[in-house]
Design a protein around this ligand. Structure first.
Ligand SMILES: [Zn+2]
Ligand SMILES: [Zn+2]
Length: 76
């Protein structure tokens, strides 16, 4: 599976998995720093930077922010 840039440690080690019980959510996890965040796939918008529709809302234990799975840009 392709890995993405982790928004927490900036290493190329961020991958996702589906949660069977909460099927509208994808769980992103980093195997370098063990950071985890939930993606609600209902929230997708165009990324300001790369202009692809790949910016999704991630929610972790402390915050919610937009993150682009194409260029790895994050913003609040
Ligand atoms: Zn990480
Ligand atoms: Zn982007």
């Amino acid at each position: 599976m392709a890995t993405q840039i982790c928004p927490n440690c900036k290493k190329d080690s961020f991958t996702w998995r589906m949660d069977d019980e909460l099927s509208t959510f994808t769980i992103w996890g980093c195997y370098n720093c063990f950071y985890e965040a939930f993606e609600n796939e209902a929230n997708v918008q165009n990324c300001d930077t790369c202009e692809k529709k790949t910016a999704t809302k991630l929610k972790d234990a402390t915050q919610e922010y937009w993150w682009c799975s194409n260029c790895a840009r994050s913003k609040n």
